[in-house]
Design a protein around this ligand. Structure first.
Ligand code: ACO
Length: 309
């Protein structure tokens, strides 16, 4: 029995904040942001709450799966911007969707949250403890960004991505995954006393490329798959230079690496499920293809997952 993605969905706020808009807020330029990060614009939620964004993405994922809320028995929601301290945003989403059975919880692993959630859900499915799981990555990072700090405020955006996972009766499966954390490095990326994102960007850059490469190699080795066999790499969208360096180290050409950071910036736990949904919609990922996902975020947390879609 394998783990299969039955359907995906996304929600991105309509409100667009461009680099030119940011030039009016802080001492920065479109040129600096584009060359250093690859970001041109990002979506910023106005009215939408975290739960509303998660709900819209989830409903689309359910529609694309041909399933109803009552078919779901676990909701795993990855976020670093929960709606409330408690109850969990997962429970609030469960109520909004009308999921009546099973249970819901939040998972906190910053930008690696979606991959952590995938690994946990794969375990629940393969142990027989669940049949269909809704996995959501959602962030409203605009609420924890210090809009006077040019070194961070240009990087982040809001959005949500959701996938419905179920049991596979064909070759689709999560073939290998490996998660890591190193709590001793928490102060490279964290929220300060005011709740604002603080980041040692240069240090994180180096660690990100090295750790994601190692994690990718580990899962490829475990699955006995070579980089040439991977149809698409979906890296966490934090910086296009990190993505390019990673692709080069893995020897995977840019055409086989999904990039949408130019449009959305870094949406943390939402970045991989948003990219996954877009890649499927655009026909860049087809049933039977191998997709390699990898992320790195606050914690520090990181990991990689190889999935046959
Ligand atoms: N506009 C103009 N100048 C700026 C800006 C800005 N927005 N931000 C910083 N600068 C300046 C700095 O002050 C510095 O000036 P100085 O040389 O006079 O001191 C100069 O630009 C260079 O700053 P660096 O921080 O060294 O720039 P760098 O090339 O490292 O780029 C960046 C910064 C984009 C943050 C990069 O380091 C990066 O992407 N790091 C990794 C981020 C990441 O991986 N995040 C993933 C996890 S996110 C999560 O978990 C939520």
């Amino acid at each position: 029995m394998g783990t299969k993605i039955l359907g995906t969905g996304i929600y991105l706020p309509e409100n667009v904040l461009t680099n030119f808009d940011l030039e009016k807020l802080v001492d920065t330029s479109d040129e600096w942001i584009t060359t250093r990060t690859g970001i041109k614009e990002r979506r910023i939620a106005k009215e939408e709450s975290v739960v509303e964004m998660a709900r819209s993405a989830s409903l689309q994922a359910l529609r694309n799966s041909g399933l109803q809320p009552e078919d779901i028995d676990v909701v795993v929601l990855a976020t670093l911007t929960p709606e409330k301290k408690f109850p969990s945003t997962g429970c609030l989403l469960q109520a909004e969707l009308g999921v009546k059975k099973g249970y819901a919880f939040d998972l906190s692993a910053a930008c690696s949250g979606f991959l952590y959630a995938l690994e946990v859900s794969d375990g629940l499915l393969k142990s027989g403890k669940a049949e269909r799981i809704l996995v959501v990555g959602v962030e409203k990072l605009s609420e924890i960004v210090d809009w006077s700090d040019r070194s961070t405020c240009v990087l982040f955006g809001d959005g949500a991505g959701a996938v419905v996972l179920g049991r596979s009766e064909d070759e689709s499966d999560l073939l290998a995954s490996k998660m890591y954390s190193e709590g001793g490095l928490w102060d490279i990326l964290y929220a300060d006393k005011c709740g604002y994102i603080k980041m040692k960007g240069r240090e994180l850059f180096k660690v990100a490329v090295r750790n994601m490469e190692e994690a990718c190699r580990e899962v490829l080795n475990t699955a006995g798959v070579s980089p040439e066999e991977v149809a698409l790499v979906i890296p966490h969208q934090a910086n296009v230079r990190i993505i390019n360096a990673l692709a080069e180290k893995l020897g995977i050409p840019r055409e086989r690496v999904y990039v949408n950071i130019d449009r959305y910036g870094n949406t943390s736990a939402a970045s991989i499920p948003i990219a996954l949904h877009e890649a499927i919609e655009q026909g860049r990922l087809k049933r039977g293809d191998l997709v390699l996902m990898t992320a790195m975020g606050g914690g520090l947390t990181w990991g990689s997952a190889l999935l046959r879609y």
